[in-house]
Structure formats: C-alpha cells, structure tokens
Design a binder for this molecule. Structure first.
Ligand code: OAD
Length: 243
C-alpha cells in the first residue's frame, strides 16, 4: 500500500467521523444499519425536539452513553494517538464524534466539534460550562438542574446549532500542510467543507474509509478500506534530526 510521507515541517489536521468508531462496535449514522435508520433526526437531535420532548431526547442520548461505555478504542484510534506522539505540536484532531474513544486511546490535541456524550450543560445557555455527566437517565425526573434553574441537556450540537470552536478549527486548518479525513460520509456541514478549505490552500488531502464520501472529489488520495486496517502504517514519518 502507498504510504503518505510526513516531513519534519508538516502539520497534520485530522477530521474523524462515526466510521472510526465502527470497529469498536458503535453504529454509524447513515446507511442501512445506521442510527438514523432507526430514529428520525427531527425527533431526537434538534432544538425543537428538545423543547417538545426532552424525555425522548434524553432517552436517545442515554442509550448512546450506555453503548459508548461498553466499547474500547480500536486500532484506528490508537494509530492516531501514536502519530500524534511522533509529531507532537504538529498534529490536531477534530472529531465529529461524541464518544470518548480518541481520548481513551491517548489523543491529546483534540476537539469535539459536535459535543461530548459524557457531558451535560444548561439548556438556558446561562454561561456555566458543561459538566461531566455519564448518567444513563431512565426518566426526566432523574435529570439534574443547573444552579440557575435550567434543566441539564446533553452537551451535543443539535442540527441547526453552531458546531463548537469553529475559530480554532479554522486556525488549525490554516496551519496544516496535510489533512486526513477518516470515516465520515461528507454529508454534514460545515465539517464536509473542511477538505475544500484545505484544497484551496494546496494542502494534501487524504480520505480513509470503506466507501467514497460525498466530497470524494476534493481528496488528493482516497484509501478505501477500514480505518483500523489502513491507518496503522499509513504514514511514513520523517523524524527531525536533533543536532
Ligand atoms: P455517517 O454515518 O454519515 O458516515 C459514516 C462513514 O463511516 C461512512 O462514510 C462509512 O463508509 C464510514 N465507515 C464505516 N465503517 C468504517 C470503518 N471501519 N472505517 C472507516 N470508515 C468507516 O457519520 P458521520 O459522517 O460521522 O452529528 O456523520 C456526521 C454527523 O452526522 C455526526 O457527527 C452526527 C450525525 O448526525 C450530530 O449528531 C450533530
């Protein structure tokens, strides 16, 4: 298999999606056995759904928490953590995933642009930061309140809400010389645009996943296969000489 050379002055920006956690046993969203085949986005992942039926939204995310707590990072998560350790300071990982498998594999320069399953925050956006919360709620009565009185909601970016830390993401893409995208169908924006931003800057753009994403044309390299099989050994890292 072709290898991607990483020079001593390369900066890598990585975007991951649900596909990287598939080999750990977590379902993706789209496709015949994906989460969105069993649930309607409008019922569980929009501000309107939260206003109309907070119990239903919590039931969905409680089930996601339960599933995420049962699985472990796979070879793809580990390969990215190892790559980061080889080129510390020149690596940034942005994930659309809300599970914590990247951090459990050892990734450190990491941003969850769609939120985190293991956190909750005030529904009133009162300014208090998200709190760690791994509870699996069986009913709405069990869900806590913020000191301001607002109900806690999942720390998840619902459809129609702004992804988190877009300024930082743009800065990191501007620094990068190589963009690696893993396991995302390219159907949700703005994440699906990142590769176009990188191409406009002339960056190399690499995709890894078993099928072509919707934005496949914007990649300079597409590796078709499972992330856990392709990522370990994909990069040839030039180690800076220490003189
Ligand atoms: P999708 O379900 O849209 O796409 C998952 C991708 O992973 C598909 O392209 C699969 O081909 C690929 N895939 C499957 N198995 C894989 C494997 N072993 N290795 C690598 N790739 C594999 O999920 P996302 O693109 O992540 O947003 O979805 C984006 C956003 O839509 C999510 O963050 C979520 C969802 O609705 C929110 O909840 C806000």
């Amino acid at each position: 298999m072709e290898k991607i050379p990483v020079a001593a002055d390369d900066h890598i920006f990585v975007l991951t999606g649900a596909g990287i956690s598939a080999e750990s046993g977590l379902p993706t969203f789209r496709g015949s056995d994906g989460l969105w085949a069993g649930y309607r986005i409008e019922d569980v992942c929009t501000p309107e759904a939260w206003r109309r039926d907070p119990a239903g939204v919590w039931a969905f995310y409680s089930a996601r928490r339960e599933a995420a707590q049962k699985v472990r990072p796979n070879a793809a998560h580990v390969a990215l953590a190892e790559l980061e350790s080889l080129i510390k300071g020149r690596f940034f990982l942005c994930t659309q995933n809300v599970d914590d498998l990247h951090e459990r594999a050892g990734s450190a320069a990491l941003l969850h642009m769609h939120g985190e399953l293991a956190k909750s925050r005030c529904e009133r956006e009162c300014g208090r930061p998200p709190v760690e919360d791994r509870n699996v709620y069986r009913s709405l009565d069990e869900v806590g309140r913020c000191p301001c009185g607002g109900r806690l909601r999942p720390h998840i970016v619902f459809f129609g809400e702004m992804p988190l830390e877009m300024d930082r993401i743009q800065d990191e893409i501007a620094k990068a010389t190589l963009m690696l995208v893993v396991g995302t169908s390219g159907s949700v924006y703005p994440a699906a645009s990142f590769v176009h931003w990188a191409r406009q800057r002339g960056e190399r753009t690499v995709y890894v996943g078993p099928e072509q994403p919707l934005n496949a044309d914007a990649f300079t390299h597409v590796f078709e296969g499972k992330a856990g099989e392709i990522l370990p050994g994909l990069f040839e890292v030039e180690i800076a000489s220490r003189r």
